[in-house]
Every structure is written in C-alpha cells, then in structure tokens.
Design a binder for this molecule. Structure first.
Ligand SMILES: Cc1ncc(COP(=O)(O)O)c(C=O)c1O
Length: 393
C-alpha cells in the first residue's frame, strides 16, 4: 500500500483560495477576493513593530501570549462591551483569528462529533471541524425581506446526540448580518438547553455601520453570557487595524477551555510572534482616529457598491450592517465558481464564489468592499459588462 494522505484532510481546501491562486498568477487583476483592504497597516503600528524588534521581542513568549497584550484585550472588552475579563485566565493570544478558531474548535470536538455552523459562513470554520475528524452541519440563514435571520426551528432539527458546538459569525462574513441581542439570548438558551459550546466569531466587531455612532461595536455575546457559560469568542487584529499579514488574534473563553487552549498552543504555534504581539498591543491602545477614518471610508464604499449593483441586471443585494462584504444574489446563477472563474479570465476581476461559503451560498458572489475606489469602480464596471454580455446558468 502506498503511503497516503489522511482522509480527514482530503476534502479540506478553500475554494476562495483556489480562485485567488489562479488570480495571483495573472497580471492586472482587480483583487476583491480576500477579506482585506489595500490600505497599509497604520504607521504608528508599524513603528511599534519596529521598536519591538529593536527592543528584543524576538524570543518565544508565553503560550497564552504576552501578559501586557492580554491586558490590552481585556481592556478592549471593558471599553467597548462593558465586560470584565480576567486577562490571566480568560484570554489566550493566537497567531491570527483563524488559529484562535482552530485551537478553540480543537478543544471541544472529538472524532465523530458534530458542530452546527450558521451559513453562509467563511469556510475555515467548517474545514477546521473536518480536520478534527468531526462533521459540520450547515444551517443556512434565510433572507427575510431585506434582512438575514436565524432559522431557530432548523437549528433545533439539526441537533443530534453527537452535537457539541454551535459556530456563528457576527458581523458575518460574507453576509454582513449582525446578531441582535435577542438572537444572542435565544442562541444562548439553545446552547444551554442542549449542553453545547457556542463559538462566536466576532473578528469584525468594530466594523459596524448601524450603531448609534460609527465606531460603536456590535453587541458581543460576552455581555450576556456568564463567565461560567460554555462560550468562546474569537477575535483578530487583522480587520480593524489592517494587520492581516501580522498574524495576531485571540480567544476569550471559559477558564478551563482557555487553559487547555493555552496548552494546545504549544503544539500548534508555541506562541504568536513577540514583536507582532507588541505591535498589536499598541494598536489596541490607540489609533481610534485611524479606525474612524477607515470606517467612514468603508461605509461610503459600501453605499457606492450597493448603488452600482442595484442598477445591474439580475442582481439583488441585501445591505450589510457590518464587516466589509457584499453578497449579491444573481438570478439564475447555478455555478458561482465557474462564474467567478470566467469573470477573472475575461474581465480580470477577482471575486469569491458563493459556493465556497456553504449552505445558502451558491447563486451569490462575494465582493470585498474594503479596497480603494480606484479598484472598486473599474471592478464594478467590468462586472456590469460581464453580467450584461455573458450567458451563464
Ligand atoms: C469570519 C472570519 N473569522 C476569522 C478570520 C480570520 O482572520 P485572521 O486569521 O486574519 O485573523 C476571518 C478572515 O477573513 C474571517 O472572515
């Protein structure tokens, strides 16, 4: 028997990446496939990283991350969510949001277990579940009028004796849907009744356009949950601070899980890079002006893209309340990967296919509106032309 690749990873690959890798080998592509802007990391954060390097933050740190960064994370929750956390026992720093997601999921699933995932969702959660030899059960968000909602009946039906975990993302990638406080009360009740963990992916918490003031975050589930609840929250520096390449994120969780995640970090990453952690600490401690400027730019981009999409043939586009994606539905579209592939080849526009986001995603395409207008405007013009001239199903 030849040596082979493990079954648990055979089906795991990102269809967003698949398309992006093709695009990266092409010239002149307008790139809207990844969840990042073309804005550089703010200067004060870059300088903090450089300073940290010269101050000697080039060694391993604690598995749970630098104590000073964990304190800055606790301060984030105090300041923005009025939640009090113990930085020593309830916060674990990871090398990115996706790694925090990985360690959190790994802590609660055994082979054969099931995790319910509210979809369409960024595909990495479901893939990480598969890598744990467990099964992701997708429950799609139905669109009610112009707002996505949670189908609580479908959620109840999805529970089996093997269910251990419920994963949701608020604000959602790709929908921009935001869980209301009432949604969270019901999700908590659901999880408590069935003895499940909740993993709330809140990496976009500050990217919210429907708060009382721009800059106000979406409600975190940590406000409702007690510290004894089986709840974990994943977060990241990537989105709010344009730090996708720095790879720093965190997990907030019940103490026992946080302790285990800290231990598991040893076997995955040992720790996030020390100088990146120092830069993250500085980012969390300041930069409100930069965040607000970015939010104003994002909101204007969102409204510009929606106005352009609403004029296009066969397109319906729900208005996102958070994150930086639009997820327009294209009437009659049955193969979004093929659509995106042809759009890339013919028009040099790189989008993410809806099929990549699980149940409820096919028939849509994801556009990241975090890029500059100089990218968004020609990209939308080319999409309009493609929709007008192409035959697709
Ligand atoms: C919903 C969601 N969670 C987590 C992440 C992870 O971000 P990172 O690994 O860059 O911290 C992303 C990135 O796109 C995301 O969209």
């Amino acid at each position: 028997m030849p040596a082979r690749i493990a079954n648990s990873v055979q089906s795991v690959h990102s269809r967003i990446r698949e398309l992006a890798e093709v695009a990266m080998g092409m010239e002149g592509v307008l790139k809207l496939y990844f969840g990042e802007s073309n804005q550089p990391t703010p200067e004060f954060i870059k300088q903090a990283g450089i300073r940290a390097l010269s101050e000697g933050y080039t060694f391993y740190t604690e598995n749970a991350g630098l104590p000073s960064l964990r304190r800055a994370v606790a301060e984030h929750y105090r300041k923005w969510h009025s939640v009090s956390l113990d930085p020593e026992s309830e916060v674990v720093i990871g090398a990115s949001g996706v790694q925090a997601l990985h360690v959190g999921i790994r802590c609660v699933l055994d082979p054969g277990d099931e995790a319910i995932i509210l979809t369409p969702a960024w595909p990495n959660g479901a893939s990480i579940v598969a890598m744990a030899n467990a099964t992701a059960i997708h429950v799609a968000h139905p669109l009610c009028g112009d707002r996505y909602v949670i189908d609580f009946d479908a959620l109840e039906s999805a529970v089996s004796p093997r269910t251990r975990l419920l994963v949701y993302t608020s604000p959602s990638n790709p929908l921009g849907w935001v869980a209301t406080v009432e949604d969270q009360v019901r999700l908590l009740d659901f999880a408590r009744r069935h003895g499940l963990w909740i993993l709330a992916d809140e990496v976009y918490d500050r990217l919210y356009y429907a708060g009382a003031r721009l800059g106000d975050p979406v409600p975190s589930i940590l406000r409702l949950a007690t510290r004894e609840d089986a709840v974990m929250v994943v977060h990241s520096l990537s989105k709010t601070y344009c730090m996708t390449g720095w790879r720093v994120g965190w997990l907030v969780a019940r103490r026992d899980l946080a302790q285990k995640a800290t231990q598991l970090n040893e076997f995955m990453i040992s720790c996030a890079s020390g100088f990146a952690q120092k830069a993250a600490e500085v980012a969390l401690g300041g930069g409100e002006e930069e965040v607000l400027t970015m939010l104003e730019r994002l909101k204007a981009n969102r409204d510009f893209c929606i106005a352009a999409l609403e004029k296009m043939l066969r397109v319906t586009v729900p208005k996102p309340a958070g994150a930086f994606y639009l997820f327009p539905k294209i009437d009659g579209l049955r193969d979004s990967f093929d659509f995106c592939r042809r759009l890339l080849d013919q028009e040099r526009v790189g989008l993410a296919p809806g099929v990549a986001f699980g149940a409820g995603g096919e028939g849509s395409i994801r556009i990241c509106f975090a890029a500059d207008r100089s990218v968004l405007e020609p990209a939308l013009e080319r999409l309009e032309k493609f929709l007008r001239l192409s035959v697709f199903a």
